[in-house]
Design a protein around this ligand. Structure first.
Ligand code: DON
Length: 595
């Protein structure tokens, strides 16, 4: 049984939109990974951390090691891509060069979520103190309309999650190029070269890769990717060298002409032809007008540390900051794993997600009350209404309010620059539509809009009018690329994840485990996780991740508990004595590679 599939099945309520999915599930349960690459430099020392204590039946033991490197570190869901980024730094590039190189490599070696047909967010902190947030989220095509996914009876169809109509105008290529031009030091040609080589010469796929494909076989074989990934009707077997000639050609167009090599010319023509073939609505005009946006990072504090994270069009930074502000009002953190720990997390996430789902959206289209939602005073008001002994049902909180496959990679370089990037196609392999002739999957990001305000999307998120579909609008995201600075102003953590709304809760729990519970990064990543997103009004926990007496107490307090196999896929780096610890998601696959 799969992780996110079970989780999402439990989140999905009124309408069955069955696609989410084997694919995401396969990713998180791709146990047979490419070798879990470890750092090539032995560990030295690490700062005093407090030994974590996990529930007796929890699947991970505390005290496991991280990959350590004294100079630089790249952590992603694919060890080849992490190595590409590490090599760029070792050859003199900076963290942004490495992040972009890793991003393009992931588009080749991790097509499940790495992409040029999707979009993402990047938070940057340069060693000289400059900070930046880049929004290269997809946008709705010009021909999109508010009710485009409703049938004649006003019911939601599944066209926002599969096929040509589910595709948002991709932002990945424009975004990566923009980041590189403003903060990188190397030309695009140089950082994209490893990806071209991986596409043209191929790489040997492992069983995890093969299993991800298998999980999406029914969807992918409906479209043009069928012959490459399912030759003769069978999934490419583990151990096969996968050559992607068409993708190599597309990457060469980008290397030679920059973003114009993607947004105009033969690649764009192929994409538009693919749209026409399948009844999609993206036109050349949509591609030509796509622009990434530089934004100011959400900046807040948590117990003396500084949090830098992503503002809208992602909800990640605001929702996480609102939660942390509420938790900070408790002078002493509740003991890790206790009933109060779970209760406070649940009640705080619940309040923050209510705001997320009703007040956040693309700032070009709506007014976002960011200052209010991230203020300490607002957190105090919310905290005043949290009952320490009983869960407050979401329904009673909603009444007083207005009506109404992703992958993360973290990079640090030897100069102290840090980059936190999350990118996605939404579902594993996105819409499953593969562009004939150009060789890449397109996203199904349109489902992140409220396709029918008030009805749950694929992730069970019940969102309002502020996130309704409009031409040219960015769909609200939960991606939370984050950088935490310690009280001395040094980079402490680079962290973020994949998993829809669980990104916000999972990322913030790694931050809390490090700051409140002084866990090592390895323990912070192996610790059991919780999730609450206001609706459905339930507290999800990982199997055996709550002590039975704690679970029983939470039920008695009015929490509806849902046990799921696992939650969220995080890749993180932490400063330690003499260098960096890197840990890729222990529930999934990846590589933490430094030097
Ligand atoms: O932007 C978002 O919030 C979603 N499109 C993220 C999807 C995701 O994380 C799927 N992952 N495993």
């Amino acid at each position: 049984m799969s992780t996110l599939r079970e989780f999402h099945d439990s989140m999905r309520s009124s309408h069955a939109r069955p696609r989410l999915t084997l694919a995401i599930a396969a990713s998180l349960f791709a146990a047979a990974c490419r070798p879990a690459t470890v750092s090539e430099t032995p560990a030295t020392t690490s700062p005093p951390r407090i030994a974590a204590s996990f529930p007796a039946s929890w699947r991970f033991r505390p005290g496991t090691g991280a990959s350590f490197a004294p100079h630089a570190m790249v952590v992603s869901n694919d060890s080849i891509a992490s190595r590409v980024g590490r090599d760029i730094i070792a050859r003199g590039g900076n963290a942004v060069d490495a992040a972009v190189a890793t991003g393009f490599a992931l588009a080749v070696t991790y097509p499940f979520a790495g992409n040029i047909g999707g979009g993402g967010f990047m938070v940057i902190r340069m060693a000289d103190g400059r900070t930046a947030a880049l929004d290269y989220r997809e946008i709705a095509p010009l021909a999109a309309s508010r009710d485009m996914y409703l049938d004649a009876n006003g019911k939601l169809t599944n066209k926002s999650i599969i096929g040509h109509l589910s595709v948002g105008v991709p932002g990945a290529v424009a975004g990566m190029d923009e980041a590189l031009r403003r903060y990188g030091t190397l030309p695009l040609k140089t950082v994209i070269a490893p990806a071209i080589e991986l596409a043209e010469r191929g790489f040997v796929i492992d069983s995890g890769f093969s299993r991800q494909l298998e999980g999406s076989q029914r969807d992918i074989t409906r479209y043009e990717g069928s012959s490459l990934f399912f030759p003769g009707g069978h999934v490419v077997a583990p151990g096969t060298r996968l050559v992607q000639r068409e993708l190599g050609w597309t990457l060469r167009q980008i290397a030679e002409r920059g973003p114009s090599g993607f947004y105009s010319g033969p690649v764009a023509d192929s994409l538009v032809a693919e749209m026409k073939r399948g009844g999609g609505i993206i036109t050349l005009a949509d591609l030509l007008r796509y622009k990434p946006d530089w934004r100011t990072p959400v900046k807040g504090t948590y117990r003396g540390n500084t949090i830098l994270s992503m503002p809208p069009a992602s909800s990640g930074g605001i929702t996480m900051m609102e939660t942390l502000n509420i938790l900070e009002t408790y002078e002493t953190p509740a003991p890790f794993g206790s009933t109060q720990w779970a209760h406070r997390l649940a009640e705080s996430y619940q309040r923050a997600f209510l705001d997320r789902n009703s007040k956040l959206g693309d700032p070009a289209f709506i007014d976002v009350p960011q200052a209010e939602l991230t203020s300490k005073e607002y957190a105090r008001q919310l905290r005043a209404k949290i009952d320490d002994r009983h869960h407050t049902p979401t329904a009673t909180l909603v009444a007083s309010r207005e009506p109404m496959h992703t992958t993360h990679y973290s990079v640090v370089d030897d100069r102290g620059n840090a980059v936190s990037t999350t990118t996605t196609l939404n579902n594993g392999f996105g819409s499953a539509v593969w562009v004939r002739g150009a060789g890449f999957f397109l996203n199904d990001e349109m489902d992140d809009f409220a396709a029918k305000p008030g009805s749950p999307n694929m992730f069970g998120l019940v969102q309002g009018e502020q996130n309704a579909i409009a031409p040219g609008k960015r769909m609200l995201s939960a991606m939370t690329p984050t950088i935490v600075l310690n009280p001395h102003g040094q980079v402490l953590l680079v962290v973020g994840g994949a998993g829809g709304p669980t990104i916000i809760t999972g990322t913030s729990q790694v931050v809390l485990n490090v700051i409140d519970y002084r866990m090592s990064l390895a323990d912070a990543m192996h610790a059991p996780r919780l999730h609450h997103q206001s609706l459905p009004d339930s507290l999800s926990f990982e199997r055996n991740g709550l002590d039975p007496a704690v679970a029983d107490s939470l039920r008695a307090m009015g929490h509806s508990l849902k046990q799921v196999p696992s939650l969220v896929n995080i890749n993180a780096i932490m400063r330690v004595d003499g260098g960096w610890d890197g840990v890729f998601e222990p529930r999934s696959r990846g590589g933490a590679i430094g030097y």
